[in-house]
Design a protein around this ligand. Structure first.
Ligand SMILES: NC(=O)c1ccc[n+]([C@@H]2O[C@H](COP(=O)([O-])OP(=O)(O)OC[C@H]3O[C@@H](n4cnc5c(N)ncnc54)[C@H](O)[C@@H]3O)[C@@H](O)[C@H]2O)c1
Length: 269
């Protein structure tokens, strides 16, 4: 029976809701984040929901902290069945405004954090014939304007997930990638970008979501059980992805029009 999960970024937002969804099934959860008060709260909620586990501070940029976490899962749980690479940060800004430091920061957390998580936990997952769940974004598929560093990092997460899906089939490690559109969490707190107006625009997009982080965790639970590789929780996202696959040029034109509008708005803001 599989019932041990490790989640990065479990101190807030989607990571916390994933923990609670699986806690309701009685799972053992290893909760990690750089936000220690957030982690303590998640563990309390997990226990109230019927799960249990432990917390450990882990910055996903630091491979040695991830291998230490894998070691802790080994010692406390005797292994791990599901790895959820969820930790992430937000960024925005037109390419011309983004610095190389903005790129390094974004790639180090949102892409290399996932690469390092997979690498540190792979030996445990091969043993348990477990699952890797990577949280990417619709940004990976749609490449919206004024967030090229975020788009590239998340597209990398999708590419890594597809690569692992194929490579790990023989070891019977299954792989899933989640691509939500915007939804309301504390993601804006981590926002890094050139202008406050850009941050305000991203804030509006998060607020506008028709579904919550808890809805996304629920959807993930069901889709993972069905064995789906690519998980698109927003209906709008599923429609947009189908449209892009059928007619990419139409999407590029719409995105270009959106970029023009954003340029005007951020100048006004
Ligand atoms: N909220 C959205 O609109 C949205 C849309 C698509 C994808 N996502 C993705 O969902 C995931 C979860 O984000 P969220 O929306 O719940 O945001 P959130 O800010 O509420 O949660 C993210 C968590 O990651 C943690 N974190 C940040 N940097 C870290 C690091 N270096 N090491 C370890 N932990 C770190 C934060 O402390 C935070 O607790 C992210 O990967 C994000 O990119 C979010």
């Amino acid at each position: 029976m599989q019932n041990r999960m490790m989640i990065t970024g479990a101190g807030s937002g989607l990571g916390r809701e994933i923990a609670l969804r699986w806690a309701r099934e009685g799972w053992q959860l290893a909760l990690s984040d750089v936000n220690e008060p957030g982690l303590a709260e998640t563990l309390q909620l997990v226990r109230a929901a019927g799960g249990d586990g432990f917390t450990q501070r882990c910055d996903v940029r630091d491979y040695s902290q991830l291998t230490a976490l894998a070691q802790a899962c080994e010692e406390k749980f005797g292994g791990i069945d599901v790895l959820v690479n969820n930790a992430g940060v937000a960024s925005g800004g037109f390419f011309s405004e983004l610095s190389l430091e903005d790129w390094d920061w974004q790639i180090a957390i949102n892409l290399m954090g996932v690469v390092k998580g997979c690498k540190a936990f792979l030996p445990l997952l091969e043993r348990s014939q477990g699952k890797i769940v990577n949280v990417a974004s619709m940004a990976a598929l749609m490449q919206g304007p004024a967030m090229s560093n975020y788009n590239v990092a998340k597209a990398g997460v999708v590419a890594l997930s597809e690569s692992l899906l194929i490579e790990l089939k023989m070891q019977e490690v299954s792989v899933h990638v989640v691509c939500p559109s915007f939804f309301q969490t504390n993601l804006l707190d981590s926002f890094r970008g050139p202008t406050p107006a850009m941050k305000a625009q991203v804030g509006k997009l998060l607020e506008g979501s028709p579904i919550s982080a808890a809805d996304i965790a629920d959807y993930m639970y069901d889709e993972i059980a069905k064995g789906e590789f690519m998980i698109l929780p927003h209906e709008q996202g599923r429609l947009a992805w189908a449209l892009k696959q059928a007619n990419p040029q139409q999407l590029y034109s719409e995105m270009a029009a959106m970029a023009d509008k954003m340029r005007v708005k951020t100048k006004q803001g």
